[in-house]
Design a protein around this ligand. Structure first.
Ligand code: ZN
Length: 215
């Protein structure tokens, strides 16, 4: 994070699947026993106002509004109690997903990895010692209509637990981004839509949706 709170391209993006009970249920899944992790490539990142491009490979691209955690310092095998000191701040993330490809592939690299499938922003806001991560909430709107509304206190695995868990697998570096899972209400994006992810303390991440070239 630079001092203005502007987003830099993360070295890696680690995502948590099925972290809200209501979303796991809407997808017909049970809650996992431990955090279910996957990666999105840094090349999928776009900023506020940039276009989400619908790839011709998918007929069902969906929004997933999420609370993003930006890492502030190198973290290796830390405890949950140590996690808050390692977090630079919070930002809005849209974990755009080709749902049809997620269903047909046994892992999710293709469904989650297309260019423009990771809008992030509009800025990174540090949480002060007095802020409690449990008070964070995330709202996702399509064309002004609320589609998703989740609260961090509803997460199956909380933010400190997620950061600590990931740090036991891979060293987290400054600027790395964690997408902490999406609440219920995921749904399709179509060309011409405007999708917004809002975290009240952070602001609104807005991205138009456009059709990709069929080549
Ligand atoms: Zn997600």
């Amino acid at each position: 994070m630079d001092p203005s709170g502007k987003i830099e391209r993360p070295g890696k993006i680690v995502c948590v699947g099925r972290n809200y009970a209501d979303h796991a249920a809407e997808m017909g899944n049970v809650l996992p026993e431990r955090p279910l992790l996957f990666l999105k490539p840094p090349s999928s990142v776009i900023g506020d106002g940039e276009n989400i491009v619908l790839p011709p490979d998918s007929e069902q691209v969906e929004h997933e509004g999420e609370i993003g955690v930006v890492i502030g310092r190198r973290l290796c095998r830390i405890s949950p109690a140590e996690a808050p000191d390692g977090i630079a701040g919070i930002t809005c993330v849209n974990d755009v997903t080709a749902r049809d490809l997620q269903r047909t592939d046994s892992q999710w690299t293709r469904a989650k990895g297309f260019d423009t499938f990771c809008p992030v922003g509009p800025r990174v806001v540090p949480l002060t010692g007095e802020d409690d991560w449990r008070a964070l909430e995330v709202i996702c709107r399509v064309n002004g209509e609320v589609r998703q509304h989740g609260r961090a206190k509803e997460m199956h695995f909380g933010i400190p637990e997620i950061v600590a868990y990931i740090s036991r697998i891979m060293t987290l570096e400054p600027g790395d981004l964690i997408a902490t899972g999406t609440p219920a209400g995921v749904g399709p994006l179509r060309a011409g839509d405007m999708v917004e992810v809002e975290i009240p303390q952070v602001g609104i991440l807005s991205n138009p949706v456009v059709a990709g070239e069929n080549i």
